[in-house]
Design a protein. Structure first.
Length: 250
């Protein structure tokens, strides 16, 4: 019998965190899931951890990439392999609260949405919440999402009966997750936000997301190159993005 929810974790050199991340999935109140661990040619002990997890729980599958292709390709492989109606993403160092899946499924059914996301809390390298919780709006359409990049990858849930898999695929660009959300919304869908803190977003020293200058460059490139926005409209959206990005982190 197929699982209800397919959870996709791209794995690359996440040895320090992967056990804990997998544990947060196994601790979910909603237990009708499959977990796809997409190993992107890790060079540390991540593959061994994934193999052990798969041997202990038949709901967990290890899928090994033949060449390192980055997070977007790993997630896309997971989408292709997914057997569940619902698809959720989780990064290899983040943590879910036990009610993450059950609360979002209930919210999705209540709203009739095909794309939902939730609030989250920043955490330190040990996975301890810092107390800084990011609140999310009730809904985001395409134009709103250009100004507000609050949708975080480890919080999203999709209903593939409403959002086709080909739309969930991420492009091979920097900030591929944001680009994917914008693409879905540009096709006329609306993202519904559940304003509850259900995810811990671990910010590790040296990760791409911790490099603020690079983050700014990535978003600007999405505006100008991926979305093809004019200079004026890019600047307009960028001002809102920058203010909100700062507020999320203070």
């Amino acid at each position: 019998m197929k699982a209800k929810i397919s959870i996709i974790i791209p794995v690359y050199n996440a040895e320090a965190f992967l056990d804990e991340t997998i544990g947060s999935v196994r601790a979910q109140e909603e237990q009708d899931w499959e977990l796809l661990l997409i190993d992107d040619c890790s060079t540390d002990g991540s593959r061994r951890i994934a193999e052990r997890a798969a041997s202990l729980d038949k709901r967990i599958r290890l899928i090994a990439q033949t060449a390192n292709g980055g997070a977007a390709k790993a997630r896309n492989r997971g989408v292709e392999e997914a057997q569940g109606r619902y698809i959720a993403f989780l990064d290899g160092d983040d943590l879910w609260q036990p009610g993450r899946l059950s609360r979002e499924l209930s919210f999705m059914r209540k709203t009739g949405a095909g794309f939902v996301f939730c609030g989250y809390e920043f955490a330190d390298e040990r996975g301890r919440g810092t107390g800084k919780v990011v609140r999310v709006p009730p809904t985001l359409d395409y134009r709103q999402a250009l100004r507000n990049t609050t949708i975080f990858t480890s919080t999203v849930l999709f209903d593939t009966e409403k959002i086709p898999k080909e739309l969930i695929h991420m492009p091979s660009v920097k900030s591929e997750d944001t680009a994917a959300w914008w693409n879905i919304l540009r096709h006329g869908h609306t993202a519904f936000g559940l304003d509850e803190n259900l995810v811990l977003y671990r910010r590790s020293t040296g990760t791409l997301s911790s490099n603020k200058i690079e983050a700014v460059r990535r978003i600007w490139s999405l505006y100008r190159n991926t979305e093809g926005l004019s200079l004026a409209y890019s600047l307009y959206n960028f001002v809102f993005y920058a203010v909100r990005a700062v507020l999320r982190r203070i």
